[in-house]
Ligand binder design. Structure first.
Ligand code: ATP
Length: 291
């Protein structure tokens, strides 16, 4: 099994640049979280990888071959996108059958098991499904179709908390049985933080972070204490944001702390969660991304 290599990929819509010179390797058998603020270009990236829209320049190479109009390699990937591609009068059961025929391989036992667990009536016509059940239909396909790369674009849109939990556990079960790559784009960062092995952050048209989740979390710190002590301690560090409450200040740092600098008794240091880290990294006008 090969990787997906994205080289010098750029995409503009008219005058608006969305992706600029993206270089990225998506490895086999890895669960990724793709994080980016609204409008950052996550769906655009997914749509180009799956050849639903053309890139302005650059290329996507899947298992050694350029993806454009290449059914052989496009058949190795599945994109669960935002768009609803199915005819409104089509029944759920027919959508499953059609997709199975298109890809050649689908775990129909899993389809029926998940349909029953999610309470999805397979006799229903697509048009009659609620937003949540449209997501459920598409995520069942994403879990059951036998491909090497699955791209989930906002997979839990409209799902209640119970169904989101069910999806996460079904994904982990499926991954354990047949390891393959899942790239999950979501704004519910903390819900996927424990599942994802690598974190990708898309910001300012670029991939600014491509690291293991463990490394990313190890580099995120909050430094809390009286303002003067905190700012003295964090001077020269990569401070990505701060909170202020009266004289109490929290500086958020991404990267190395200064090991030789003594920590004042008044200051406490702890790691921060992925969501807090992401919010601070992407709330700046111009962020810096030190290693
Ligand atoms: N077909 C299109 N024509 C013109 N502009 C587009 C088109 N598709 C996307 N865009 C623009 O490209 C930018 C990126 O959109 P995209 O949907 O890829 O972002 P996203 O990161 O998936 O956002 P969100 O998290 O809000 O879903 C947005 O400014 C959007 O308006």
């Amino acid at each position: 099994m090969d990787s997906i290599k994205i080289a010098h990929l750029s995409k503009s819509f008219g005058q608006q640049a969305v992706l600029t010179d993206i270089n990225l390797t998506i490895e086999p058998q890895t669960i990724y979280g793709l994080l980016g603020r609204n409008g950052a270009g996550k769906s655009t990236l997914f749509n180009i990888i799956s050849d639903r829209i053309p890139a302005t320049s650059g290329e996507v190479v899947i298992e050694g071959q350029n993806n454009v109009n290449n059914d052989r390699v496009l058949n190795r990937i599945y994109l669960m996108g935002e768009r609803n591609l199915y005819p409104s009068r089509m029944r759920v059961s027919d959508i499953f059958q059609t997709t199975a025929a298109l890809y050649g391989r689908m775990d129909m036992d899993l389809v029926h098991q998940l349909s029953s667990q999610f309470g999805l009536n397979i006799r229903t016509r697509f048009a009659k499904l609620s937003t949540g059940y449209r997501s459920i239909l598409k995520l069942i396909i994403g879990l059951a179709v036998d491909v090497d790369y699955v791209f989930f674009d906002e997979p839990t849109l409209g799902l209640d908390a119970n169904h989101r939990e069910l999806f996460y556990s079904a994904l982990m079960d499926s991954y354990a049985k047949r390891p393959r790559t899942f790239v999950i784009s979501t704004h519910l960062i903390e819900e996927i933080a424990n599942m994802v092995e690598r974190v990708l952050v898309l910001q300012e048209h670029h991939i600014t972070i491509d690291e293991t989740t463990e490394k990313v979390l190890n580099k995120g710190y909050s430094i809390t204490g009286p303002t003067a002590d905190v700012t003295a301690y964090t001077a020269g560090l990569n401070v990505i944001g701060h909170d202020q409450l009266g004289n109490l200040r929290v500086d958020y740092v991404y990267g190395q702390l200064n090991g030789s600098r003594p920590i004042p008794d008044t200051v406490s240091i702890s790691h921060i969660d992925l969501q807090k880290l992401f919010v601070n990294l992407t709330s700046q006008e111009v962020a810096t991304f030190e290693n």
